[in-house]
Design a protein around this ligand. Sequence first.
Ligand code: HEM
Ligand SMILES: *[C@@H]1O[C@H](CO)[C@@H](O)[C@H](O)[C@H]1NC(C)=O
Ligand SMILES: CC(=O)N[C@H]1CO[C@H](CO)[C@@H](O)[C@@H]1O
Length: 393
Amino acid sequence: HILLVLPPGKDVSQILYLLTMLCLTCMVLKAIKLYQWRRKLNKALKSFPGPPVHWLFGNITGRGKDLDKLLEWSKKYARAFPVWFGKFVVFVSLNDADYAKAVCARGGKSRAGKGLLTLHGPKWFQHRKLLTPGFHYGVLKPYVSLITKSTQVMLDKWEHLITQEKSVELFGHVSLMTLDSILKCAFSHESNCQIDRSPVRSTGKTQQQQEEEERAGGSHGYCLPVLLHREGGCHSISLACRDDLGKMPYTTMCIKESIRIFPPVPFVARQLSKPITFHDGRYLPEGTLVGINIYLIHRDPSLWKDPEVFDPMRFSPENSSQRHSHAFVPFSAGARNCIGQQFAMIEMKVAIALSLLRFEFSPNPAKIPRKIPQVVLRSKNGIHVHLKKIDWH
Ligand code: HEM
Ligand SMILES: *[C@@H]1O[C@H](CO)[C@@H](O)[C@H](O)[C@H]1NC(C)=O
Ligand SMILES: CC(=O)N[C@H]1CO[C@H](CO)[C@@H](O)[C@@H]1O
């Protein structure tokens, strides 16, 4: 445009000079804006003490130990602390149910994933409105038989994998099963992906990449915490047989307790679209990146007694009624919560009930899962379980 408005015959060097000045002015303005924003942010962060920060690398290093590190820090820096990724990017980790409630109450800009996850503003609202009726509980009921079919395919595969002493890695199979189910239910597509993996392979990945991904849980899968039934096992089988899906109270409590301790989505990231002041007077300015730390909220000792202990009775109606509305937020909360929440709950109930009817599960103590947070919470070394077919005669 500049070239067009300049009268012909002007010196090329003059044009270059003009362009350079324009660029410089833009950069200086940007830098000033950034500087002002950083000053405001630093002022706000003064009231959020956090772990010591390396001048260059920030404070997040190896991925494996980060969850334990975060838990350690949350004991020292109550409710929230800044986490630095390098020198310039800071996320404020919100580890408190009240803080989460304040942030979830707003739309905000989502910072993860693709499609609906990355949209915001009117476009997100339009898509969300379009999709929501498709995930209503009543509409989901017919999907039970489709999910049952997918689960049966998975269990049939497991039967062939049983050996006397060796355990079986389940995560890859479960991920494929969830992919199979969602393709059937949402797209009426019979992918047969659990048996014949070519549809996934056609993405141009090498076989090795593909196998690595499958070991890691598949590119499409989400983390399904595998419930290892201990004393409660038989009890939950008989309940699963009698109750219909809407109830299954004991299984539901077990699922909830599993995704409390191992939230499949451990953090939800947001960029504040407006400044926010929390109930305790601390505030954060507009544009700040915050992470709702579901993993830490689910381990807050002021909300959960002995947080590391697996105890489904925490979710009995009596024990749940007094709990903070945002103490348990595996599906996030507010306007941008998980649209697939009901679907996921149904899927987990069906898969677990059918699995427990067919097999007895016990952990392989030599291969205890090692948590690693990525977009979803996964196990670094897979989920290895001993299977024993139940003889009902
Ligand atoms: C146990 C299983 C699942 C868990 C724990 C889970 C959790 C979550 C969480 C925490 C979010 C918020 C993410 C953010 O704000 O950045 C989310 C969003 C979303 N989830 Fe799930 N999810 C699960 C299964 C599913 C399934 C099965 C589907 C699809 C059928 C699904 C579809 C979505 C979509 C479309 C969004 C974006 C919603 C929006 O931005 O308006 N999820 N989920
Ligand atoms: C509440 O939880 C405690 C501890 O898990 C358990 O012993 C108790 O039976 C539960 N109460 C009810 C009514 O479910
Ligand atoms: C890079 C890094 O990890 N920096 C620091 C993070 O915080 C701990 C203390 O919790 C320091 O020891 C690290 O040097």
